[in-house]
Design a protein around this ligand. Sequence first.
Ligand SMILES: C=CC1=C(C)c2cc3[nH]c(cc4nc(cc5[nH]c(cc1n2)c(C)c5CCC(=O)O)C(CCC(=O)O)=C4C)c(C)c3C=C
Ligand code: FE2
Ligand code: FE2
Length: 321
Amino acid sequence: MTTPDPTQTPVAPGTIGVLFMAYGGPESLEDMPGYLSDIRAGRVTPASVLDEITNNYRLIGGKSPLPEFTRAQVDATMAQLQKLGRPLKAYIGMRHWSPWIEDAVRDMLDDGIQQAVAIVLAPHYSSMSVAKYQKKIKAGLEMNHGHIDFVFIDDYHTEPGYITALADRVRQGIQEFPEGERDDVHVVLSAHSLPVRIKREGDPYADQLMESAQLVAKQAGLRDDQWSWSFQSAGRSPEPWLGPQLDEHLTDLAGQGVKKVVSVPVGFVSDHVEILFDIDIAAQEVARELGMTLVRPPALNTDPLFIGTLASVIGRALPEA
Ligand SMILES: C=CC1=C(C)c2cc3[nH]c(cc4nc(cc5[nH]c(cc1n2)c(C)c5CCC(=O)O)C(CCC(=O)O)=C4C)c(C)c3C=C
Ligand SMILES: [Fe+2]
Ligand SMILES: [Fe+2]
């Protein structure tokens, strides 16, 4: 066995780290108590909530597909970035499960990375989402007594490739209905809810979502009365969360005579429980009970336009050569 030379860094000098961060997801049902404990910041998860969420994951295959989609998105984005001819190395860090952001930062320090770009696989900024990922990077640096010059990408919610990819999804969803019925289809754009208090605190999240939604609707050529906004997947805490929630919203739409719905979540960039359970199972059931047909086109995942967006945003954030 060879002893590693401590003076030899494993990456070429000048290599820039690209840290991709995502929410993280359980790899098996046994992970659920630990995963929920991290999301709930150590607060005990009531048994009924643990059972309910574990069952939701059971219904989508017993694990989260998010880690695999994240890896595929990272590989595809790095393949695009390679064309720039710059020395880059990708790292993946999750906020709520392994591989943890703090561990990715330690790996970067071990590799001798001095400059890096950090991006969250979530296009909209909030103090309760993107800011928390960035805080974890800082914690990782402190924990390991290291320094890396990070460029933080805060948001990319108006990027043309991202908007076009979503507008394509909207059109794809509408085309699932017979030609003569398409004028009656109503599009519901949505994103993860957050507690209402973020609005009082001046958080840009809700405004950024609305900007994305308006751009998508315009690009998809929707009439103003042909689309609407809804939040989804509110957490189980007693404080008020941003609404309307998807189930209430579908009920309202049904009351207005809407029978055909296309659901496009604009805040999520890959398939995970908030889409596969909250929309494909829970919202579908509500729609069925209301006599509606609900179509949910595929998530962005490795859509080339979305991957091109990630590569372009990261490329622009790279430090000067
Ligand atoms: C913009 C903010 C959030 C995004 C995006 C988000 C994505 C996301 N969430 C889950 C799974 C769960 N989230 C849960 C709670 C929860 N989520 C957010 C915010 C975002 N989540 C908050 C503020 C909270 C509440 C935390 C708390 O302190 O209670 C939970 C726990 C159960 C619950 O409260 O519903 C789960 C599970 C995934 C998979 C996901 C994907 C990107
Ligand atoms: Fe969450
Ligand atoms: Fe959630």
